[in-house]
Unconditional design. Sequence first.
Length: 247
Amino acid sequence: MAGHSKWANIKHRKAKQDAVRAKIFTKISREIMVAVKAGGPDPEANPRLKAVIQKARENNIPNDNIQRVIERASGAGNNTNYEELVYEGYGPGGVAVLMNIMTDNRNRTASEIRHIFSRNGGSLGETGCVAWLFDPRGLIVIDKAELKADEDEVMLTAIEAGAEDVKSDEESMEIITQPDDFDQVKEALEAAGYPIAMAQVTMLPKTTVALTGDEAAKMLKLMEALEDHDDVQDVYANFDIDLAEMA
């Protein structure tokens, strides 16, 4: 299993524990506002908003807070417009980095992201330089420590529901789907009672770059800095770092 999947799982669990932090709420609030402006305030008629609301709930954001953001986004006095951008770059060791950005000032954001890369042994690249190395996929991670069923049963449930691939290691099972099949596979696994540690539509790398030592440490610092930036909604990278070294 690629090191970045491990990283994503670690970050997801940490985010759920620290969901009260302002940064997480700020980022999800932006997603809600963009979704409302694009498709309206009714989640049943706006699939994007429905998905963001689910994400907010998974991060333990109260329903009242979610509703307030929706109301603010749909109000006549809201003149804030966030631009959605994709940034691409390279980390230590030539690792490909892909970022989804939401900003109300693209010049400021570009300058700040460029500085983060240069400070952590990487460089911001041109449009299209690394995007081809990633494919959109649904990713569902099952925690083996909490799994009561046999692995073969989980695999069979996932495949029958439409999963594309199932991988396994000592700690977890990784179920990969096409984006359109993600919801039905996730619902099938939830209905069967399997312990889902993480579930999201993401960008998975076609190939990975193995990192150790100083390069691994710099790459993790770069990921931390990018994910900590308010305008960066998602960060994807194709590094592979041994879990023990990552810890």
